[in-house]
Design a protein around this ligand. Sequence first.
Ligand SMILES: NC(=O)c1ccc[n+]([C@@H]2O[C@H](COP(=O)([O-])OP(=O)(O)OC[C@H]3O[C@@H](n4cnc5c(N)ncnc54)[C@H](O)[C@@H]3O)[C@@H](O)[C@H]2O)c1
Length: 300
Amino acid sequence: MKDLAGRTAFITGGANGIGLGLARALLTEGCKVAIADIREDSLEAALKTLDNHNVIGVKLDVASREEFARVADEVEERLGPVSLLFNNAGINLFQTIDESTYDDWDWVMGVNLHGVINGIQTFVPRMKERGLGGHIVNTASMAAFLCGPAPGIYNATKFAVRGMSESLRYSLAPQGIGVSILCPGLVKSYIYASDSVRPEGLASRGKPEDKAFTEQLANLHQYGMEPDEVAAKVLDGIRANRFYIFSHPEFKDELREVFDEIIDAFPPQDELDENAKKRVEFEKGRRANYKKARMEARGE
Ligand SMILES: NC(=O)c1ccc[n+]([C@@H]2O[C@H](COP(=O)([O-])OP(=O)(O)OC[C@H]3O[C@@H](n4cnc5c(N)ncnc54)[C@H](O)[C@@H]3O)[C@@H](O)[C@H]2O)c1
């Protein structure tokens, strides 16, 4: 998609950080923009800084299917059909999986994974039906590739967002709807303060919040990439219909190292018996189809 002007964009988590950067960039392109966020005070502040009659703010908890559908109706009534969808809202929780409760799982999965699923379930049928094409960007993270012990649940959600986004890309390509994942490293944002939006109903924590660590995180995020720089890279990625939108070049060598370790973990190919020959033949066909799907989704 080359020309974004006049389209309506829906951005979850649009009141801060990356989402706000995206809103600014899309407004500059001449889009109508809805920013959806759970924080009402941030929505108010964001609308004030954006200061543009083409943007509206709507309160939304992305973990709620019902709220998502209601807010989608409201936005489309006010701004017209959404054809640019940014499933970007996310929270972080730094603690290992073995220290986590079901409430920890439900909160992080609810926002980071189900929030994206809800965006897709709400808007994809509408986008398909209207036949206007469009683009979906799901915000994953470099944590969709690189794991540590502490972001355990976060890692699980971002790996899942990566897998479902790639699969969705192939099914929507024939409809002229592109799908990308954004995989940022450190961004100057408010994500370190996630605990303040944790719902009361999911309060049982495996581990009390470490305030000193949160402060450290806040300082670290000051060195993050500016959301406006990330947003500019996202718009480039949409125009080129790229699946992977990597914003932080400093990760390239590390990914190569990790992929090399994965490749090195394969056993050598033994001589094939008759059964194995048939299996390998089947995989050849599947591999050719996968390659074709990737090329077709890129428009090649
Ligand atoms: N900041 C980083 O370093 C970084 C790195 C990689 C990936 N990401 C991802 O980028 C995305 C955006 O995060 P950010 O860094 O801009 O953080 P941010 O906290 O500045 O912005 C996220 C927004 O999402 C909103 N939000 C939280 N829970 C919500 C819910 N249930 N429903 C609706 N809105 C909700 C918050 O109120 C906030 O305004 C997230 O998916 C995050 O995982 C961030």
